[in-house]
Design a protein. Structure first.
Length: 77
């Protein structure tokens, strides 16, 4: 079997996770208000929605990294 096309990521906790599923998990745990306190970005504090946050996070690498790190810290403490 050819494994050249499959990246080996045995220790990556985000492997197989979509940004949408990460965001939905965090929203379920914290809610928008608490997410806005944990990570002070506009999409969490002003008329938040999954769609608007996904759009922002996909275009803003530093914010996406903060969301992914919060997910890891929350899920795997």
């Amino acid at each position: 079997m050819d494994n050249k096309n499959k990246p080996d990521q045995p220790n990556n906790p985000l492997h197989g996770m979509t940004l949408e599923s990460i965001l939905e998990y965090l929203w379920g745990v914290y809610g928008w208000e608490e997410l806005g306190i944990e990570i002070n970005i506009r999409c969490f504090n002003h008329e938040p929605s999954i769609k608007s946050c996904l759009k922002f996070l996909r275009k803003t690498p530093w914010a996406r990294e903060k969301v992914e790190q919060l997910y890891i810290d929350t899920r795997y403490q």
